[in-house]
Design a protein around this ligand. Sequence first.
Ligand code: PRT
Ligand code: ZN
Length: 286
Amino acid sequence: MEKLKITIQKEGRLNEKSLHLIEDCGILLTQEGRRRLVSVGQNFPLEVLYVRDDDIPQYVYDGVADIGIAGENTVLERCKDVKIIERLGFARCRLSLAIPQSVKYTGKEFFNGKKIATSYPVILQKYLDENNISAEIHEISGSVEIAPGIGLADSIFDIVSSGSTLVSNRLKEVEVVCHSEAVIIAAPHLAKDKKNILDDLLFRIKSVQRSRNYKYILLNAPDDKIDKIVKLLPGMKSPTIIPLYEKGWSSLHSVISENEFWEVISKLKEYGAQGILVTSIEKMII
Ligand code: PRT
Ligand code: ZN
């Protein structure tokens, strides 16, 4: 039977979460030790290829793999004709320009005539062109943040997440050029049977993603406040209301988005809700 080939990072920031996502979709992979190059789905027609993150767009573009889980930054940098088909929300970071803390920043024109060290020359060049800045790009493959300190460049363009690497190298972030997160990419054209497997996989991924963003909530509320509470917790179709043995009270079951959680909880308490229970959801199919 035909298998869908997915390429994920072998080791590093994307690896564990990519594997978790596959597992949470109920797919059991053959274990071939830490030095594995390939593993296979035991209960789903999937083959997993493990490569360096930078190579993922190329593998998908070349058709060595059908889909891949990559950092958006590597997709933008490689400019390959691959489609982003799902955003995964992990490995979030931004690509920023940074300069030494001791240097005064005067605005984007600061970079005119400056030397910028980066591992992302394509994204940087595009940004410079769009802003009519003429700077010299110095491409290096790692430890970009030390370039200004050793006199290799005036500034850097690199991935920033917490910002602590910049601080420990006495740099300051002055322009955020773009944001990135893990994404699923696919070749523009997939054969019909592969497309069917991909649709099945995406259906599972979407239910996993949705369940991660929502919680199941149960609470007791006075009957005269139920209408107000239903407005706060509209749920998937509409909440379930079950009368309590004690007259004038009901139990309400619904789902709540993680983002609105704290705001909604404080309103629920205002409306007299009691015994609020919130639990995680494993899968959510709508
Ligand atoms: O070996 P391989 O080539 O596969 O891995 P890699 O070392 O090139 O990549 P890896 O595992 O570090 O990152 C994989 C992907 O994670 C990247 O392509 C990004 O999409 C994403 N990501 C998210 C990050 C970061 N956050 C991140 N903080 N990638 C790198 N960093 C580095 C950054 O380069 C800088 O040195 O962390 C430092 C900054 O972090 P803060 O928290 O100090 O700001
Ligand atoms: Zn890499």
